[in-house]
Design a protein. Sequence first.
Length: 97
Amino acid sequence: GFALATSLLTLLSMLKIWSYGFWSPAQGRHVTEPAHRPKVAGGMTAITLLVVVALSMGLFAQNWLNLCTVAARGIVDPKPYIAAVLGHESLVDASKH
C-alpha cells in the first residue's frame, strides 16, 4: 500500500518537473545554434559498449552468473589468491601464528 502510494507521488512529482522543463516556453536567452559541435564518436562508443554489455547480461545470463560466482568465491576464500601472489609458504607461515 505505502509503496504504491509513494511510487504514485514520485511519478506525479517527476511529471511536474518534466512538464516545467520541457513543455513550458523558454525563458531568458536561449541559443538556437551551438558555437561548436561536440564530438559524438566518444559518446556513441560509450553508449554502444553499455548497450552491448546490457544485452549480453540479458542474453547470456548463465555465463555472467558463473563469472560472478567465481568472483564471489575469490572474495569469500582468499587463500588461492594469497598463495598465487605470495606463494604457498606464506599460507603455512600465517597458519602458525
